[in-house]
Ligand binder design. Structure first.
Ligand SMILES: NC(=O)c1ccc[n+]([C@@H]2O[C@H](COP(=O)([O-])OP(=O)(O)OC[C@H]3O[C@@H](n4cnc5c(N)ncnc54)[C@H](OP(=O)(O)O)[C@@H]3O)[C@@H](O)[C@H]2O)c1
Length: 231
């Protein structure tokens, strides 16, 4: 990834705390959209000053297509997209509101479409690109109370595979990873630390995500990779 220009969405979130520093360690230039300044500061504290110079912060809501287009157009090149943005929700289906359902689909699936749409146009122009999206174990092993989340992440898997098919014959690839529970600060807060040792570490996911986003992974297309650790 040395010298590559990589867009990392959701790079200030819990998983981003492992992924964004790893992308920088591998020598890439990172464009990082964010909304919460507190989360941006949390990430900043993990990055060395010599690596911070390769990090470009852009305040942007990625559900706004105009902002997504501007963000992507503002990059010198777009060699990689690591699309971490997403979010978890749960609740029994009979009382799940249509509004919440739409928010879940927007956050997980529509944002994936918007970012990939604009990034793909640049990558196809360059005839080079690596796209890695994040679904979840729930996309392929859906559990009760998680219908909207599971459906939106299953959509991310299908969408990523469709892109992989669409880009066959080019030097653009797309793959999706399916984590189980990740050891993030939010999960520790929500579920306690008793079982945290079994959860997948952001640094471990970061390693695999960066391998898929690297030039060497040009023959891996349309993979949906389970990363469940010991769970
Ligand atoms: N945590 C888990 O156990 C787990 C398990 C399986 C899969 N996943 C998936 O892994 C990915 C990362 O999870 P995480 O735990 O790191 O989530 P997280 O801590 O909630 O972080 C979400 C990230 O997405 C960004 N984001 C949300 N809405 C946005 C918007 N409209 N525009 C721009 N940025 C937006 C957030 O930025 P701001 O904070 O600035 O809003 C934040 O950086 C997600 O796709 C999640 O579904 C997580």
């Amino acid at each position: 990834m040395q010298g590559k220009h990589v867009l990392v969405t959701g790079g200030t979130g819990g998983l981003g705390l492992g992924v964004t520093p790893e992308v920088l360690r591998r020598g890439a230039y990172v464009t990082l959209p964010y909304r919460s300044r507190a989360n941006a500061e949390r990430l900043k504290s993990l990055v060395s000053p010599s690596e911070l110079v390769r990090l470009q912060w852009v305040e942007a809501d990625l559900l706004d297509e105009g902002r997504v287009a501007e963000l992507v157009q503002g990059m010198e090149r777009v060699d990689g997209l690591i699309h971490l943005m997403g979010g978890f929700s749960m609740g029994p289906t009979p009382s799940y509101s249509l509004e919440q359902w739409r928010q879940d689909l927007d956050l997980n699936l529509t944002a994936t479409f918007l970012v990939c749409k604009h990034v793909l146009a640049r990558m196809l122009e360059q005839n080079y690109g690596r796209i890695v999206t994040i679904a979840s174990r729930g996309a392929v092993q859906p559990a009760g109370q998680l219908a909207a989340y599971a459906a939106s992440k299953a959509g991310v898997v299908a969408f990523t595979k469709a892109i992989a098919a669409e880009t066959k014959g080019t030097n653009v690839t797309a793959n999706v990873v399916l984590p189980s529970v990740i050891d993030t600060p939010a999960n520790r807060k929500a579920m306690g630390t008793e079982n945290a040792g079994e959860w997948v570490k952001p640094e471990s996911l970061a390693h695999t995500i960066c391998e898929l986003a690297s030039e060497a992974a040009g023959d891996i297309r349309g993979a949906a990779l389970p990363i469940y650790g010991n769970l």
